[in-house]
Write a protein that binds this ligand. Structure first.
Ligand code: CA
Length: 241
């Protein structure tokens, strides 16, 4: 059996006027969600909140987060976005990333994911990215047409290949794995990892004397020091015995 402690926060960053990210933590039930919305007329804020709320509600109702139940939760989130676009035409075209994680006391971690928000696991001093970005550049890297080192600076790096919208049935990746005491999980929007990634990220996440809330604060401060060009959302979960 494992336990965990978690904290999260979201910051507008230094450039953007609004925060279109949204997150939820239900520590008791082991549910962690990050959504990064997009769309004009404040619709990005609406999309990320709707999707995160719907996913939280659906996951809270689950006895067992089997893959099909996770897909159903994402369908519910998509239906909420579609219904809102029908009611409020000014929100048409809005969309959001959605990364939802469910931890069980037996150490199982299940993730459902669409878009370019990320979930990382730090084991020892090694950073593993458990989600894959649904971006055009990632597709090109996978196809061998683009060098991974060039992807972050590519002019099309912000183009998503998959996202939750009103029109398309959602096709989330479902990832099942296990965690162990000492592991640290990080869920974040691209506003974090485009500013802080690799070793600087590991250096912060391995400060094991600090509470998750302190790590969240450090990560957001670091992203802002490095430019803060986008909204920054961070959830840190420390796995304990
Ligand atoms: Ca973003």
């Amino acid at each position: 059996m494992i336990g965990w402690s978690a904290a999260g926060d979201s910051h507008r960053g230094r450039i953007r006027e609004k925060n279109e990210d949204f997150f939820h933590i239900d520590e008791d039930r082991g549910i962690f969600i990050v959504a990064d919305g997009m769309g004009g007329h404040a619709a990005g804020e609406v999309a990320s909140r709707l999707a995160a709320d719907a996913a939280l509600e659906a996951l809270r109702r689950l006895e067992e987060p089997e893959p099909e139940a996770l897909r159903a939760a994402f369908r519910t989130a998509q239906e909420q976005i579609a219904a809102c676009c029908d009611d409020q035409p000014e929100t048409q075209g809005m969309g959001t990333t959605l990364t939802a994680a469910h931890l069980s006391a037996d150490g199982r971690l299940r993730i459902a994911h669409i878009g370019d928000s990320r979930l990382y696991r730090v084991q020892g001093a090694t950073l593993h990215q458990l989600t894959r970005d649904h971006t055009w550049v990632q597709q090109e890297v996978d196809a061998g047409r683009l060098d991974p080192g060039d992807a972050p600076r590519h002019p099309f790096s912000h183009i998503l290949s998959r996202v939750l919208t009103a029109t398309d049935p959602p096709a989330p990746d479902i990832i099942s794995t296990r965690v162990e005491p000492g592991d640290v999980l990080l869920l974040c929007s691209d506003g974090l990892y485009n500013m802080v990634d690799g070793q600087p990220l590991v250096d912060i996440l391995t400060r094991d004397q600090e509470e998750p809330a302190a790590l969240v604060e450090r990560l957001i401060a670091s992203a802002n020091r490095r430019g803060g060009t986008d909204n920054i959302t961070v959830i840190v979960v420390r796995i304990t015995a």
